[in-house]
Design a binder for this molecule. Structure first.
Ligand code: HEC
Length: 205
């Protein structure tokens, strides 16, 4: 892919002694060259980056609601209970996820005060995996392995009465979990500049 950064660099050099016409020619040449190089790099690397992704880039995946990008791995509620203690989730969310001091992960109601949305109200189970894997633990995001994320997601789904005690969560089963509030959500219609937000944020917040 041709990046803005290399365009600016080639452009900067060309400006030094060029008329606008020559400059345009030089830029076009630079774009062609860079394009050819990018094509060669893309052919060599499936990610299109021209090099293998770093560990940080790899852990920065975002998993969509349908879970299509979920990685290999698996976990059960019992394993998740262990992870919940071992990874310190219980320090903030309480020994079983509902005592706090931080927000309740088991049970809980929607409150406008904190704009908090309980886990059991989320429309798609893969989004819970995605959120936990990228954002939690709050003080050390990114430390969970994929298996740990599956396990702790399974634990929270089980504790919220959504899956069974022995259900195994993985890339196949997690997208099949039907969240109880799924039908409360609708796909947004076509957007126009007059479209209003689906919700209002009170002005005093
Ligand atoms: C240092 C405290 C802390 C730790 C440790 C922690 N959390 Fe959290 N967690 C929070 C806070 C604070 C929020 C709310 C964040 C926000 O809304 O921006 C939150 C939010 C969440 C949510 C979203 C809840 C919702 O419905 O919006 C989930 C799920 C969650 N945490 C799971 C976990 C798991 C699993 C672990 C352990 C791997 C963990 N947390 C560890 C503080 C913590």
């Amino acid at each position: 892919m041709f990046t803005g950064r290399s365009l600016r660099r080639s452009g900067g050099r060309a400006v030094a002694g060029c008329t606008p016409v020559r400059l345009a020619g030089a830029l076009a040449g630079a774009i062609l060259l860079a394009g050819a190089a990018a094509e060669a790099q893309q052919a060599a690397s499936p990610s299109g980056l021209g090099r293998p992704p770093t560990a940080a880039e790899q852990s920065d995946r975002i998993i969509g609601p349908d879970g299509a990008e979920l990685p290999p791995g698996s976990g059960t509620p019992a394993q998740g209970e262990m992870v919940f203690g071992r990874r310190g989730c219980s320090t903030c969310h309480g020994p079983t996820g509902s005592e706090g001091p931080s927000i309740q992960l088991v049970g809980g109601d929607v409150t406008t005060r904190t704009n908090y949305w309980p886990v059991r109200h989320w429309p798609f189970a893969p989004s819970i995996w995605d959120y936990i894997r990228r954002v939690m633990p709050y003080d050390r995001p990114g430390v969970l392995t994929d298996d740990e994320a599956y396990a702790v997601t399974a634990y929270l789904l089980y504790r919220n009465g959504i899956i069974g005690e022995n259900d195994v969560m993985d890339a196949d089963s997690l997208p099949q979990v039907r969240m109880p509030r799924r039908d409360d959500y609708v796909m947004p219609g076509e957007w126009t500049p007059d479209t209003r937000r689906g919700f209002e944020i009170p002005p005093d917040r």
